[in-house]
Design a protein around this ligand. Structure first.
Ligand SMILES: C[S@@+](CC[C@H](N)C(=O)[O-])C[C@H]1O[C@@H](n2cnc3c(N)ncnc32)[C@H](O)[C@@H]1O
Length: 240
């Protein structure tokens, strides 16, 4: 587990073990990247995050769950260094090739995750994570957020976007049915099937739990955005 830490306690959650979609399977990685290019306005997402974080040319940014690398590559063009961490080496190889093709060289890749990345060097200006934290159960989310907090400098920012449930729990059955139907219409049957796996096997949590986890980790939540009942964005600051 992890790139440069030899031993972990036996009770440590194994974040290298894939939950839900298997992102160590190259065909899944290619499908994921193709879908995301089609469904998301990635350029706009990167600009929004860079603006939220007040990124400057001398900043160092860590991304947890970098996936196929678009944010890391986009951000690297605005700052000194991006540290891209992911538990899937297949994802990291894919991201590396993409960066090479675009001539982007200031990204450091780490085969490690929220629980196993060991930060060395100066405290970070920002940490970003999109659509990755829900791979951890809630207890381990808390550990992950506390670790992230420790890696940031005072005044450093944390941008978290993830599937977080803000719909009325009594309506969950109708909500999930409608959600899966809508994904099927917008993105096709295969993605609808993946969303069923995500609901059943991954660890998306409640809005009130996520807010409390962030606060208990030490963060000030500057902005919160809940859209569609299942997606959330938190812009947070470490203030000592
Ligand atoms: C749905 S993809 C999101 C990728 C990218 N952030 C994006 O927005 O498209 C989830 C990514 O998180 C990674 N991941 C899963 N568990 C992780 C963990 N504990 N720490 C870091 N990354 C993790 C997966 O390998 C995968 O690359």
């Amino acid at each position: 587990m992890g790139e440069d830490v030899a031993t972990y306690p036996k009770w440590q959650y194994n974040e290298m073990q894939q939950v839900g979609t298997d992102y160590t399977d190259i065909s899944e990685v290619v499908v994921y990247d193709t879908r995301m290019q089609k469904l998301r306005n990635i350029k706009e997402e990167i600009e929004t995050i860079i603006n939220c974080l007040d990124v400057t040319k001398d900043h160092s940014i860590l991304e947890f769950g970098t996936g196929t690398g678009d944010f890391a590559i986009g951000a690297a063009k605005h700052c000194k260094k991006v540290i891209a961490a992911d538990v899937s080496s297949v994802m990291l190889d894919f991201a590396k090739k993409k960066a090479e093709m675009q001539g982007v060289e200031n990204i450091e890749y780490h085969h490690a995750g929220f629980l196993t990345y060991e930060h060395r060097g100066e405290p970070l200006d920002s940490i970003v994570s999109q659509l990755a934290l829900h791979h951890l159960p809630d207890f381990w989310k808390m550990i992950a957020l506390s670790r992230a907090f420790e890696m940031l400098k005072d005044g450093g920012k944390f941008y978290l976007r993830d599937t977080v449930y803000s719909f009325d729990v009594e309506d969950h059955s109708t909500f999930f049915d409608n959600w899966v139907d809508r994904i099927g219409e917008v993105a096709g049957e295969d993605m609808a099937k993946d969303s069923i796996v995500a609901i059943r096997e991954e660890y998306s949590t409640f809005d009130w739990i996520m807010e409390e986890l962030l606060k208990r980790a030490g963060f000030y939540i500057d902005e919160v955005d809940y859209s569609d009942g299942f997606m959330a964005v938190y812009v947070c600051t470490k203030r000592l």
